[in-house]
Design a binder for this molecule. Structure first.
Ligand code: SF4
Ligand code: SF4
Length: 289
């Protein structure tokens, strides 16, 4: 099963709107939401089944056995994250690095397993949908993204030709975890200064991993000059721009009704997204190895 990953470099560009529509157009039987900090694909693509929910254990958290502790302060002095104060561990600050456990002269500190998120799997005869929600303050988002993808591949292997994966915003650890193993990245760029900046960073990140990219521009008519700059940059970097989606209030209407823009095929945005899908399939056909 090949992986189509949708990325944006920043939040709020319409990435999930695109992802939900592409799931519909492709009739994909396998899809995932890797935006584990704020998953929302399940809101747009209604599920008919209850998810199977699994505790996700990320990094451990330090726990001090006060009966064994001799109060030497070594752990507090050496914790780079300032997570220990007065022999108390702040669970939000502890990164689970394990240094205190290593240094404690009387082995009074131990790393304990800590539930840092919920992994969810929606499975029906028609489709497999993998997603997760990271607990507030937990920092193992990259590991959780890997778990979301692994769960999808395990449950849906051989049931779909392509998996559609809604990636994480940004360019950090969860994005790197999303890009790992992807066959094609669709970048959703928006014609703003920050949108262009973040698009460049995501192109560099995908390029670092040797994953092919195509791009589309959302709300292209909001700033034609910036749209031209995106096209120029993509052209100079051999990134095909496979579509331009106009600003369309129908998208807001669709989101407010928890529906996909694919449900509004006659709207300007609905037509443009469908065109993106067609161009994407042409690109895949032309570049099939
Ligand atoms: S595990 Fe690391 S971050 Fe957590 S309290 Fe110990 S030294 Fe600090
Ligand atoms: S290093 Fe060990 S003994 Fe020393 S203060 Fe920390 S927990 Fe207590």
């Amino acid at each position: 099963m090949k992986q189509l990953l949708i990325l944006s470099g920043k939040g709020g560009t319409g990435k999930t709107t695109l992802a939900a529509a592409l799931v519909r157009f492709s009739h994909s039987r396998a899809y995932a939401d890797c935006d584990v900090d704020a998953p929302n694909l399940h809101l747009v693509i209604a599920q008919n089944t209850e998810p199977v929910q699994t505790d996700y254990y990320g990094f451990g958290k330090a726990v001090i056995d006060r009966a064994a502790c001799i109060g030497c302060g070594v752990c507090e002095r050496n914790c780079r994250f300032g997570a220990i104060q007065n022999l108390s561990v702040d669970l939000f600050e502890c990164e689970g690095c394990g240094l205190c456990e290593e240094l404690c002269p009387v082995h009074a500190v131990k790393l304990r397993k800590y539930v840092s998120g919920d992994l969810m799997l929606y499975q029906s005869p028609e489709s497999v949908f993998s997603t997760a929600q990271l607990k507030m303050g937990s920092g193992a988002s990259g590991k959780l993204v890997t778990a979301v993808k692994r769960q999808l591949l395990k449950q849906a292997e051989n049931t779909a030709e392509w998996a559609v994966i809604d990636g994480s915003p940004g360019i950090g650890c969860p994005v790197i975890a999303s890009v790992s193993g992807a066959d094609l990245v669709l970048i959703v760029a928006e014609p703003t200064v920050s949108g262009i900046h973040d698009m460049k960073r995501i192109i560099q990140t995908a390029g670092h991993f040797g994953v092919k990219c195509v791009a589309c521009i959302n709300k292209h008519d909001v700033n034609p000059d910036n749209t031209k700059e995106i096209e120029r940059y993509c052209g100079a970097n051999q990134i095909p721009v496979i579509g331009k989606i106009p600003f369309d209030k129908t998208v807001v209407q669709a989101v407010n009704c928890c529906r996909s823009i694919a449900d509004y095929p006659e709207s300007p945005a609905g037509k443009a997204v469908h065109s993106v899908w067609n161009r994407l399939m042409e690109y895949v056909g032309e570049n099939a190895s």
